[in-house]
Design a protein around this ligand. Structure first.
Ligand code: ACM
Ligand code: ZN
Length: 521
């Protein structure tokens, strides 16, 4: 054996020894999210497979187990799992992957995977265990989305909420409407990473990259590839097409869809973030047909039963002045702009229902007469943070009989600061340190008799100040571990100290996988 090889073997042995210590966390096996019930035993199972996925596992079907649940039994001589469905078996496999991080090379040079002896009974607390990604403000692309899906699966998260359209961009190719991506997927320039607004001659300006941002968008083939990748990981991809507001990119591409076409900018506005008053015209039948055409294409591509139509923060300035919107209100007997948004929501709830789908929208869609089948996504936690309309809280939505997904911005928005010392990354504002993220309880404030309507929760990764995958990973991890535990493991209050102790180990796993995971504090 040459010197270089000896040195390499010593380094590998050292790394493996460290991995062994850390994987077992000084005694208890470390799992994130923590399983519901775990009993440990003396000894380990050993296998010569090259990695944890290659370990021979005995799988059995047990119809008495709930969906997505599993039992895992590891003895010195076998690894066996039982589940009622394929998702349960998949999650058992994820548990094995975390338990078996102690890969070693035996003295004979062959691989030796060790798994501690355990008995685990595990099942999720919530059905909707989501991660949202805003690919409009910044675009991350197929490989990065797949990476997120891998990490979601590793943490037993099962819904990827894909924010694909907004004021600053349209990121999904719709063959029937080519201008959406020809014009809408590109900005003339963009906000420079790390740049801050400053005054020049009394005017506020921002540092910008002078070259165009984009065109960035997904083709149908890209989407199909991502959907297959997600499905293999038991992840549902829920697409979001924003309407009637946050429609700047769409109306720039097709100004005739807005109330005041001559007011619409020729290009998507330059670097910067905001909320354009040029929204979809709710009185124009052509606009409604256009949106139906977009949703037809979305439904052809995406198998998700739930389709997200946005619905948040829609300025009504144009609607109040628009003859077509006023005529619609009169013809439909609507009292105000709020009723007009509810009319649009009802229209698309019916439209999607006829296609066998279910509408979902941010909590603004619930401030009007909408069918109970509409699912609310609660994000505003106080009146101050909304558009000024009557706020329907997540708890109130559930009480009214709407299924709800909770994502209160004060706890679940991971573009808010982690409050880490000397953190060089830029945030939009706010404060969501790890302990706060970990305190998330989707049923907080929800009456007992309405809790069945709480489908779960998710973290939202808005990307105004998240320029690339490195920024994104830093903001997502370790907080997404906290989210996984809030949605999978037993309800709050949970033991943050215990979580932190496990995270000391688990963070090293993430780092070893190349994840730009932020420190724990
Ligand atoms: C949102 O943050 N506007 C849903
Ligand atoms: Zn109008």
């Amino acid at each position: 054996m040459g010197n270089a090889e000896q040195r390499r073997n010593r380094i590998v042995a050292l790394a493996v020894a460290l991995a062994c210590i850390t994987a077992f966390g000084g005694g208890m096996p470390v799992l994130v999210p923590a399983p519901r019930h775990m009993k440990t035993d003396e000894g380990e199972f050993h296998d010569k497979a090259a990695d944890a996925d290659g370990i021979a596992v005995q799988e059995t079907h047990d119809a008495s187990l709930p969906p997505e649940s599993y039992r895992l039994s590891v003895t010195t001589s076998s690894v066996s799992i039982a589940s009622a469905d394929a998702a349960g078996a998949f999650y058992a496999r994820q548990t094995i992957r975390q338990l078996a991080t102690c890969g070693k090379t035996g003295t004979d040079g062959t691989a030796d995977i060790a798994i501690p002896c355990v008995e685990i009974e595990d099942s999720p607390a919530y059905r909707w265990r989501g991660v949202h990604l805003d690919e409009v403000r910044h675009f991350f692309g197929k490989e990065n989305v797949m990476r997120i899906l891998d990490l979601m699966a590793y943490h037993k998260l099962n819904v990827f909420h894909w924010h694909l359209t907004d004021d600053e961009g349209w990121r999904l190719e719709i063959p029937k409407y080519p201008e959406l991506t020809r014009i809408g997927a590109k900005r003339p320039n963009s906000w420079k990473r790390g740049g801050k607004p400053h005054k020049v001659n009394g005017r506020s300006v921002i540092d910008r990259n002078t070259e165009a941002y984009g065109p960035y968008f997904y083709t149908a083939d890209d989407v199909r590839e991502i959907l297959a990748y997600a499905a293999a990981r038991y992840i549902t991809v829920v697409p979001e097409i924003e309407l009637p507001g946050h429609a700047g990119a769409a109306v720039t591409a097709y100004p005739q869809l807005a109330c005041k076409p001559e007011g619409v900018r020729e290009r998507i506005w330059d670097a910067g973030w905001g909320n354009t008053i040029d929204v979809f015209c709710a009185g124009n039948d052509e606009t409604i047909r256009f949106l139906e055409g977009v949703l037809d294409c979305v439904c052809e591509l995406f198998p998700s039963k739930v389709i997200h139509i946005g619905g948040d923060e829609c300025p009504r300035t144009r609607w109040k002045e628009c003859p077509k919107c006023q005529a619609r209100m009169k013809a439909e007997g609507l009292n105000d702009a709020n009723d007009l948004q509810a009319w649009i929501t009802r229209h698309f709830a019916d439209y999607l229902e006829k296609k066998g789908r279910r509408i979902m929208g941010w909590d603004e869609i619930l401030s009007g007469d909408v069918p109970r089948s509409a699912i609310g996504m609660s994000w505003r936690t106080s009146q101050k943070n909304g558009t000024g309309d009557k706020l329907t809280s997540g708890a109130e939505g559930a009480q009214r009989g709407h299924d709800m997904v909770m994502t209160p911005h004060l706890i679940c928005y991971y573009d808010y600061s982690q409050d880490l010392p000397d953190d060089p990354f830029q945030y939009i504002g706010g404060h969501v340190p790890l302990e706060k993220a970990y305190s998330f309880d989707p049923c907080d404030g929800v009456a007992d008799d309405a809790r069945a309507h709480v489908l779960g929760g998710q973290c939202n990764n808005w990307s105004e100040f998240t320029w690339n995958e490195h920024d994104l990973a830093w903001k997502m991890w370790p907080r997404t571990c906290a989210m996984a535990e809030a949605l999978w493991t037993a309800p709050a209050p949970r033991d943050f100290k215990d979580f932190l102790k496990r995270m000391e180990v688990h963070r090293k796993r993430l780092v070893s996988m190349g994840v730009n995971c932020a420190p724990l504090r």
